[in-house]
Design a protein around this ligand. Structure first.
Ligand code: ZN
Length: 258
């Protein structure tokens, strides 16, 4: 009888042990499942954070672009004026130039390197808003301009500035090989990518290293064509293009009567 009781007791203990092991396993499984769910939640939160972070970066990038896009007009600053005198304002012509009629512009342009750059330009005050609007429009269309420095950086030597493909406007000077004062003297003309868009009059080509570009069928970055984005931006605001003059051609040159 004792043996039977003992056996039953062993069986009950065994059953209890087995069931507690089962429970333990179940618990472990449940805990694992819970852990997995937690991990998944954490993963989702992390990837959510990443997405949020990406959005922030994108926002920063656009803000950066907005910051680098500059279109301003102001009176000629003193340091710029110092550079201009003896260069784009020759000493002997100092009295003929009214500084108050000129504006100093800072312009963002789309470079040949497919990047934004901020250039400088001096134009007639009456045209400053027009010029800013034109360059805003061509910048948005990513029309390529290679350089935009004041001609004073070249000692106001037009040939040097043109040969370097530099875009510029004001310079108190006569039209090449004449005594006629150029429209550039009033800041009412702008020469754009001049190396690729030469001045041609008879056998004269300016700049002298631009012979290749006398062929106007050439399709290259910065070569101005009738009907392109640059041409349209000027023409619709009442400017004329030297590429449409009859006796001579000045493909780099846009001007407006003031
Ligand atoms: Zn010109």
């Amino acid at each position: 009888m004792k043996k039977i009781i003992f056996s039953i007791a062993i069986m009950i203990i065994s059953i209890l042990i087995l069931s507690s092991i089962n429970n333990l396993e179940k618990n472990i499984n449940e805990e694992n499942a819970l852990l997995q769910v937690n991990n998944e939640i954490q993963d989702n939160t992390l990837s959510g954070n990443n997405e949020e972070h990406k959005e922030n970066n994108e926002l920063e990038a656009t803000e950066e672009n907005r910051e680098t896009s500059v279109f301003t007009s102001e009176s000629i600053p003193q340091d710029v004026l110092q550079k201009m005198i003896g260069n784009s304002i020759p000493e002997k012509s100092k009295d003929k130039v009214n500084i108050d009629e000129l504006s100093y512009l800072r312009i963002t342009y789309w470079g040949f390197d497919e990047k934004s750059h901020v250039g400088e330009m001096v134009v007639n005050r009456k045209l400053d808003n027009d010029v800013l609007d034109i360059f805003k429009e061509v910048y948005e269309k990513k029309y390529p301009i290679e350089k935009m420095k004041l001609i004073d950086e070249y000692g106001a030597n037009d040939e040097k500035s043109m040969a370097d493909n530099n875009t510029s406007a004001f310079c108190y000077r006569v039209v090449a090989n004449t005594n006629t004062l150029s429209n550039h003297s009033k800041g009412a003309s702008i020469d754009i990518n001049p190396l690729y868009n030469p001045y041609i009059s008879g056998k004269t080509i300016s700049p002298t290293n631009s012979k290749k570009y006398t062929d106007r069928s050439i399709n290259e970055k910065g070569v101005i064509k009738k009907g392109d984005d640059l041409y349209n931006a000027f023409i619709k605001r009442g400017w004329t293009w030297g590429g449409e003059w009859k006796s001579k051609k000045d493909y780099q040159h846009f001007e407006k009567k003031i």
